[in-house]
Design a binder for this molecule. Structure first.
Ligand SMILES: Cc1cc2nc3c(=O)[nH]c(=O)nc-3n(C[C@H](O)[C@H](O)[C@H](O)COP(=O)(O)O)c2cc1C
Length: 187
């Protein structure tokens, strides 16, 4: 075997990048996230790992609501910015046009092609982070990001992150159809 051990921390490779929105006092605050995924189909429950002590976590604990917004690759600078400055020090509320769906404390970003508004489902304490599980109440997009009424990955043009090199990427080419291409191996 020619395998070698990968040194250091290994992350999912790659990770989609999103911006989590909360209400901080009376204004929106936005934090960049990469540790997240969907963990239950129906209801749709997503989990986000948030480092202990972050002000965004305090806001989620207080209001029990948040949003997850998927930026396009032309938004990498503002997406990165939301991940390197804190709402404790900087007002991030004016970076975007903000809208609300049905929830009062889940501010969403108009410029992002996909927005999810979530209510807190459960908090799971981990050694250095808290796994925030949230139920998606509604999802929003725009016709211009869809083809035949479904989200079109090329039009959404999401941002991907690889670590430990810390590079942002865009998605590449389609290489096959899920739940389909494996059928040819069935006897
Ligand atoms: C690309 C990127 C991804 C990030 N992902 C996460 C994450 O999943 N969880 C986390 O706790 N912090 C993550 N961070 C760091 C937070 O976004 C950062 O600490 C931010 O300043 C917190 O905002 P706040 O202090 O306003 O809550 C990430 C930062 C970047 C740049």
């Amino acid at each position: 075997m020619s395998k070698v051990e990968v040194k250091g921390r290994v992350s999912p490779f790659p990770m989609p990048v999103a911006i989590l929105g909360v209400m901080l006092k009376d204004r929106p605050n936005f934090m960049t996230i990469a540790w997240f995924n969907r963990f239950n189909g129906n209801p749709s429950i997503w989990g986000v790992g948030i480092g202990k002590g972050k002000i965004t976590l305090e806001a989620i604990e207080k209001h029990g609501q948040f949003s997850i917004n998927f930026p396009s690759s032309d938004q990498i600078a503002v997406t990165d910015y939301c991940g390197i400055v804190s709402g404790r020090d900087v007002d991030k509320s004016r970076l975007f046009n903000v809208f609300n769906g049905t929830l009062e404390h889940a501010p969403m970003i108009e410029e992002c092609p996909l927005n999810l508004e979530c209510t807190l489902y459960k908090l799971v304490e981990l050694p250095k982070a808290v796994l925030v599980l949230g139920e998606v109440i509604s999802a929003y997009s725009d016709d211009r990001f869809m083809t035949n009424s479904i989200l079109d990955p090329k039009k959404v043009d999401p941002i991907l992150l690889t670590q430990p090199d810390n590079h942002y990427w865009t998605i590449g080419d389609i290489v096959g159809d899920a739940f389909e291409v494996g059928n040819k191996l069935k006897q």
